[in-house]
Ligand binder design. Structure first.
Ligand SMILES: Cc1cc2nc3c(=O)[nH]c(=O)nc-3n(C[C@H](O)[C@H](O)[C@H](O)COP(=O)(O)OP(=O)(O)OC[C@H]3O[C@@H](n4cnc5c(N)ncnc54)[C@H](O)[C@@H]3O)c2cc1C
Length: 398
């Protein structure tokens, strides 16, 4: 949509082909229906949040930055607001309004929108684009250039079914390994089912493969019926997929009390044990843990749950401290594409001209957005990648 607007404003006659019955089905579900359309951070922070190929994006971001995105939407009459973590949303909290202003601008510039129009093939003659073929229609559409914005393969029901990867491959492009990213993680331990729905704030996670530390973060985690989710886990998923592919066992340890050292935590537990000295172990952790977690911690501690607190040995107590500091889970896999916010991997960016988004292999074919091997963390960064690359392609089309 943005690429079509930029090209039309630049004097081109543009046709937008959408296979769905409406525009922006994925945009509609972004930000839980509120559309976190960009992030009001500075340039350095923006690039620190781009996980794959940030350097490739320098020129696109320069051409259309996060601040350009905000101005663009405000000029179209969309009021926006900035929330915690610099996340930018429409004032109305309705993603629908973002789609609405884009649609109005497309109409204002006479972009012809064709719905139910699934492109099946990109047609090339002598190394240059000359047309596209549509599904179920004998018709071939010819034109001077095509901008391919077909997205990744997550949440397929929105229309992002990976068609762009097939088009690119047929044109000779390399598609890097694809992974579901910004996605919950599955773990081996069946006890997570008991913890389903429990949210832990202010915890630290450490992900290791053997001796090697792969990821460390601080924040909020949520237990699900098969594993873990929540902000720290979605971000972690962005970094660990290559290791999972190598089938390396990955251990996720949760520090339930990151603000306390081992010694401080031991002193804290001792204080509680003093208070509850005549109670059973199972009734002594109320001050330290949420209710749902107590049963699981007791089982993992291997201390008899009925044992009187005053007969717990120092060794048992120190093992308990360790368990609080390194609550261990084994990651088995990431969730599927249908629950992934983005697809990691895509068209190899060194085959695309970063100053225009044009293919280096075929003339007048441009690729933008998630179909490229670009992805970022949550916070409005993935849509900003789409906006920046779209605008640059739109103004670059010859
Ligand atoms: C649940 C969820 C929430 C998200 N929330 C946010 C958020 O708040 N902020 C953020 O920055 N990012 C968010 N993202 C990520 C963001 O939505 C995507 O990165 C972004 O939409 C990618 O844009 P795109 O234009 O490349 O592709 P898409 O938005 O996937 O659009 C691709 C379009 O191409 C059409 N299409 C595909 N193949 C064909 C074909 N052959 N012929 C014709 N049309 C075709 C599709 O129907 C679709 O309309 C979220 C993603 C999900 C799944």
């Amino acid at each position: 949509m943005l690429a079509a607007i930029a090209a039309a404003r630049n004097g081109h006659k543009v046709v937008l082909l959408e296979k769905n019955e409406k525009l922006g089905k994925k945009l509609f579900i972004t930000g839980k229906g509120r559309c976190n359309l960009t992030n009001a951070c500075d340039r350095e922070e923006f690039f620190s949040q781009v996980v794959s190929n940030p350097k490739f994006l320098y020129r696109a971001f320069h051409a259309f930055s996060n601040y350009d995105t905000m101005n663009f939407f405000e000029e179209l009459g969309l009021s926006i607001k900035t929330e915690r973590g610099n996340r930018v949303f429409p004032e109305s909290d309705k993603s629908y309004d973002v789609i609405g202003v884009l649609k109005r601008e497309l109409e204002r510039w006479d972009v012809l929108i064709r719905y139910h129009s699934e492109v099946t093939e990109i047609l090339i003659k002598e190394g240059s684009f000359f047309g596209i073929r549509l599904k179920n229609i004998k018709e071939e559409l010819t034109g001077d250039a095509v901008i391919i914005a077909t997205g990744g393969i997550s949440y397929e029901s929105t229309g992002s079914t990976g068609d762009g990867y097939r088009f690119a491959k047929a044109l000779g492009h390399t598609i890097t390994d694809l992974h579901a990213s910004l996605v919950p993680l599955h773990v081996k331990e069946p006890f997570v089912k008991e913890l389903m729905g429990l949210s832990l704030k202010n915890i630290e996670i450490n992900i290791t493969s053997g001796e090697k530390q792969i990821y460390r973060d601080f924040g909020e985690l949520l237990f699900t019926h098969f594993g873990v989710s929540g902000p720290v886990i979605l971000s972690a998923s962005s970094y660990i997929t290559p290791y999972l592919k190598k089938q390396e066992p990955l251990i996720l340890s949760i520090d339930l009390k990151p603000a306390l050292t081992h010694e401080q935590l031991d002193a804290r537990i001792l204080r509680d044990f003093e208070e509850f000295k005549n109670k059973q172990f199972k009734n002594s952790l109320d001050h330290l843990l949420p209710n749902k977690l107590i049963g699981v911690i007791i089982r993992l501690s291997l201390i008899d749950s009925e044992k009187k607190v005053n007969s717990i040995t120092k060794e048992e107590r120190l093992a308990l401290v360790n368990l609080f500091k390194r609550f261990p889970l084994q990651i088995t896999r990431t969730g599927d594409y249908h629950e992934a916010v983005v697809t990691k991997g895509g068209i190899q960016v060194k085959e695309i001209n970063p100053s225009t988004m044009e293919s280096k292999l075929v003339n007048n074919v441009y690729f933008i957005g998630e179909v490229l091997d670009l992805d970022a963390l949550t916070g409005g960064f993935n849509l900003q990648i789409a906006w920046s690359t779209a605008y640059l392609a739109g103004i670059s089309v010859k």
